[in-house]
Write a protein that binds this ligand. Sequence first.
Ligand SMILES: [Zn+2]
Length: 88
Amino acid sequence: MHCSVSRTALSARLDGECLPEGVTDQAVREHLAGCVECSRWDRKARRLRSLFQDVAQPESEPTGALLERLRRAGRTERPSTDTGRPDA
Ligand SMILES: [Zn+2]
């Protein structure tokens, strides 16, 4: 299975949609078992999805804890160099 096909299927599954034509759940699982890239992508997609669900239902979690999680999620992408302090 092609990685792009597998990711389309994973995304559909996360959204509760039908798998693409000709793709079985078994085939996706087998691909994930042998493809580090796709299993990493799947974990990331699940994490992003759970973050969005928290945003959609803010009462399910205290705002402070949610903001902390969002901050931590963003920290991996941007080093905290913008503290306003001159870097001399
Ligand atoms: Zn793959």
